[in-house]
Design a protein around this ligand. Structure first.
Ligand code: NDP
Length: 246
């Protein structure tokens, strides 16, 4: 059950659209104080208005997760204004088809700054908040199927960032074990989900529809499953894709 999280603080990166927005909304419905971190503050403000009257609340903070200082500052604000962090969902992600052979290194850096560095910095800040306040919290990474198998499609450098997320999930688990912490870490790896992500990468809605896909709500179900386990159970890895996904 999600009851133990009622009234607690959840931080969701990339809460302004797609999977992150669906997760943030659901955690609000479960009664959590959700803080969304993304660049498009106006999107999160629209969402908070829509969520008035639900059990929990959504607060948006304008943060570019590719800038470590902005994440660190945001966590300071969160602790002061809302209290210790109980859940962090590292969802913010950037998808670009950029070739290793003739691509642009600035795009590779952008992908790694958001998908890997942003996740690392937010994780450190959340763990510090949890440890300082004696909270047995939960870190959830929104990884990708491409963090486990490299597809024969033009995804190029992107899967490397998600393989890093897979490695960092295990790194964090081991470090938490070594420090005898009860904080949990889970990696959830969706297959193709219809969101703004594919649109931004130039895939038309029509083409996207034809490809076997799941929806943001299906990813939310996995997040809820991982967050609902009793204190002694830790779900490490989930891969969730459409039936017939190629
Ligand atoms: P969207 O493009 O719909 O959402 C991406 C989110 O990340 C937005 O809220 C965006 O917010 C945020 N974001 C991107 N860059 C930054 C940044 N520099 N600083 C802060 N926030 C940022 O994509 P999805 O919902 O599809 O993707 C969410 C996650 O799921 C990603 O990690 C993605 O890799 C992963 N995923 C997606 C799949 C899919 O098929 N859609 C499949 C497998 C994994 P803003 O622009 O307001 O800053």
């Amino acid at each position: 059950s999600m009851d133990r999280w009622i009234g607690k603080v959840a931080v969701v990166t990339g809460a302004s659209s797609g999977i992150g927005a669906a997760i943030a909304e659901h955690l609000v419905e479960c009664g959590m104080k959700v803080v969304g971190l993304a660049r498009r503050l106006e999107k999160m403000e629209e969402m908070s208005k829509k969520l008035i009257g639900k059990n929990g609340v959504l607060h948006g903070l304008k943060v570019d997760v590719s800038i470590p200082e902005e994440i660190i500052e945001a966590f300071g604000v969160i602790e002061k204004r809302f209290g210790p962090v109980h859940i962090l969902v590292n969802n913010a992600g950037l998808f670009k088809c950029t070739s290793l052979v003739d691509g642009d290194y600035k795009q590779w850096k952008e992908i790694f700054d958001v998908n890997v560095m942003g996740l690392c910095v937010a994780t450190k800040e959340a763990i510090q908040s949890m440890k300082k306040n004696n909270v047995d919290g939960h870190i959830v990474h929104i990884n990708s199927v491409t963090g486990h198998v490299i597809p024969f499609q033009l995804l190029n450098v992107y899967p490397a960032s998600k393989f890093a997320v897979t490695a960092l999930t295990e790194t964090l688990r081991v470090e938490l074990v070594q420090s005898e912490s009860k904080i949990k870490v889970t990696s959830i790896s969706p297959g193709f989900v219809i969101t703004e992500l594919s649109e931004k990468a130039g895939v038309s809605a029509e083409t996207a529809e034809k490809y076997p896909h799941i929806f943001p709500e299906d990813v939310v179900d996995s997040v809820v499953y991982a967050l609902s386990t009793p204190p002694h159970v830790q779900v490490h890895e989930l891969i969730v894709r459409a039936v017939n996904a190629k």
